[in-house]
Design a binder for this molecule. Sequence first.
Ligand SMILES: Nc1ncnc2c1ncn2[C@@H]1O[C@H](COP(=O)(O)OP(=O)(O)OP(=O)(O)O)[C@@H](O)[C@H]1O
Length: 239
Amino acid sequence: MTIQFAPTLQGAAAPAVIVNGLRRAYGDRTVIEGLDLRIERGEFVALLGESGCGKTTLLRALAGLDPIQAGRIIAPRRPAVVFQEHRLLPWDSLWRNVALGLETPDARARAGAALAEVGLGDRLDDWPRNLSGGQAQRVALARALVQQPELLLLDEPFAALDALTRIRMHALVRELVANHRPGVLLVTHDVDEAIALADRILVMRDGRIAYEHRSHGNSKVARDDLLAELGVLSAHTPA
Ligand SMILES: Nc1ncnc2c1ncn2[C@@H]1O[C@H](COP(=O)(O)OP(=O)(O)OP(=O)(O)O)[C@@H](O)[C@H]1O
């Protein structure tokens, strides 16, 4: 059993994904058990959790990359995914990398528009080897968004970037998500990144969503609560 694609969820008001009672195991080792999750279109959700708690396992299941052992994942179409590494094909030009999977005659034009959106509109015929890490991640974002996904899955896409580039990428992602309005699930280790970007922050523990935080503007309280949930800090320690 794997993800089900339900064309009935195609309407603009339909959720980006619904997960019920998900179980995912590697052999007899269960990593996700009884997990429920719903992400709306246009909603930016961040997923935190201790290393090894199953964040990437969940993201891969949502992407339809791995089988699941129980439960349901329903989405309108296959989600788009951006990983920590850009995964660009070195033998293809940038526009061909972005157009991968587009089988329309206007593929180059659409790839060009997506590259322009990430600030690389003058590099269509350039090669992945000529890009910095941040530029390569921007191409990976363009490749995801050119599909006009209802759900965008981001697995630590900024983790390998320097601090300044990461801040620029945050601004870009916020802008792209505001324009395209996919539901987003961002897996990150960075509490501050989650607070900066997400409308809703989830903490995963014991194979399910153990804590949910909705953005309320007081980022100091949010940070302390989240660090407490992650077992790093007692709640509301004085600064
Ligand atoms: N292909 C696999 N085969 C067997 N076990 C796996 C496989 N992939 C992951 N696991 C195990 O599943 C558990 C969850 O791994 P996962 O990578 O989802 O965690 P994570 O929360 O994303 O971790 P991190 O934050 O360190 O990236 C870990 O104990 C890991 O060892």
